[in-house]
Write a protein that binds this ligand. Structure first.
Ligand SMILES: *Cc1c(COP(=O)(O)O)cnc(C)c1O
Length: 430
């Protein structure tokens, strides 16, 4: 099966996730020149081996240029580096996957006369990134299901404010209900007759592959001892300590929920990117940190926290991690850490007091995990703090809001409330 089929299908017929048969390796010449390469060039070298059968080098090149119009700066904050992944249109790292996926889908569907219908369930962040990624993309309609009243106002504006080819359904139920509805829709014979369905959730391989790129790009810069010039342009920061500067291959700390992000990191490392190891930082939903210690995987119901995009008790990408790595191999590569809401809040306050830097609740879990593990590591910042100002601002005072978020709030919400049942969903899909 090629990349086009795997990404458009989303889930394998047996309900499993697609994984690459084998992981490519970066060439030695790429590995030695990473620090001097542009993000676009690293993206090209990373993604090409996965998509070679399905698009030309020229097409991939154009796709990358159009998807990545924003930076991923490495910023020194207090005693460590932060990899800011929130400069995309919805101010969260999910933009990296969603923007590439939308453009790839559109390319794979070129020349078809039927519209592809993308159906996705969200607890908040994925929906906004998917809506923004697919908005105005030709040949594709998108329906996003979200739990009514359980996303933040900003998230609802991002999901339901665009209109056009993006429809938003507020489901009277929980996120799990939304996910169950999407699964039921995929299995529904009546819908199959009228609609070409695809999914765009975080398990789609077309979202995972482009996330490898920022790991490789950041690790290359850190290993070479250079710091992204975009980072230096950002005011507010103390100089990095000697500890930060002397690190050769970095430890990367990844705030994790469904573990798509960390899986992409493991892929980058396996492809040869100069990464020492990872910290898997979770909130109290610590299924994977527990597994790393015990070797036994025990999925459980998720618990609600202030880092709600990581409230996952049964991470779907776990299946991918163990498809490539044994427990022993994972233990060598990853250390787990679980952080309470209280500790995350304390961290947000302390880092703001001491360094003048705003952490969002997810990134705060990552920061606190580094302290808990007692090492020096680079923290992946997965969302802009202004996305979660209800939690952050009371601890820090007002947060500067990026333009993408203020303009999202000005849009009108155009969503339809539906009951939690399949016939309601069926009749809402055009
Ligand atoms: C989705 C999300 C995460 C978790 O990423 P996974 O790939 O699911 O582990 C962390 N932080 C933020 C802000 C997110 O939106």
């Amino acid at each position: 099966m090629d990349f086009a089929a795997a990404s458009i299908t989303g889930l394998a017929p047996d309900g499993g996730l697609y994984v690459p048969e084998e992981l490519p390796r970066y060439s030695q010449s790429v590995l030695t020149s990473l620090a001097g390469m542009s993000y676009h060039d690293i993206a090209f070298e990373t993604i090409l081996p996965f998509v070679r059968d399905t698009m030309s080098a020229r097409v991939l090149h154009d796709l990358i240029e159009s998807a990545y119009t924003f930076a991923a700066p490495l910023v020194p904050v207090a005693d460590r580096l932060v990899l800011e992944l929130f400069h995309g249109p919805t101010a969260a790292f999910k933009d990296f996957g969603a923007r590439f996926m939308a453009r790839a889908f559109s390319y794979f569907r070129r020349g078809e006369d039927t519209v592809l219908h993308v159906l996705t369930a969200t607890s908040g962040d994925t929906g906004g990134a998917v809506a923004a990624g697919f908005y105005g993309v030709e040949g594709i309609d998108v329906t996003i299901l979200y739990p009514k009243g359980r996303v933040t106002p900003l998230q609802e504006h991002q999901i339901a404010g665009l209109g056009g080819n993006i429809s938003a359904l507020a489901v009277e139920g929980s996120f799990d209900d939304c996910q169950t509805l999407v699964k039921a829709a995929f299995a529904d014979e009546a819908l199959k007759k009228t609609t070409v369905l695809s999914s765009a959730n975080s398990i789609n391989i077309a979202r995972l592959i482009p996330q490898i790129v920022y790991y490789t790009a950041a690790a290359g810069k850190i290993a070479a001892g250079t710091i992204d010039p975009d980072g230096k342009a950002t005011p507010r920061i103390k100089a990095p300590t000697a500890r930060t500067r002397n690190v050769k291959t970095p430890i990367l700390c990844v705030p994790s929920g469904n573990f798509g992000d960390l899986t992409a990191g493991l892929y980058a490392q396996a492809m040869g990117a100069p990464i020492h190891s990872f910290i898997a930082a979770t909130n109290i939903n610590k299924t994977v940190p527990d597994y790393l210690v015990s070797g036994t995987y025990q999925p459980r119901a998720s618990q609600t926290t202030i880092s709600n995009a990581m409230d996952v008790g049964a991470p779907s990408n776990f299946e991918r991690m163990i498809a490539h790595f044994s427990w022993e191999a994972l233990k060598e590569r990853i250390q787990g850490a679980s952080i309470s809401d209280d500790a995350a809040k304390r961290t947000i306050k302390e880092v703001h007091d001491e360094a003048g830097y705003f952490l969002d609740p997810h990134t705060a879990v990552g920061w606190a995990a580094v302290d808990q593990v007692l090492t020096n590591a680079t923290v992946l910042a997965t969302a802009h703090p202004a996305k979660f100002s209800e939690t952050v601002a009371p601890l820090t005072g007002p947060i500067p809001v990026p333009e993408s978020l203020t303009s999202a709030l000005e849009r009108n919400i155009q969503s339809k409330t539906i009951k939690n049942d399949l016939s309601a969903l069926r009749s809402s899909i055009r």
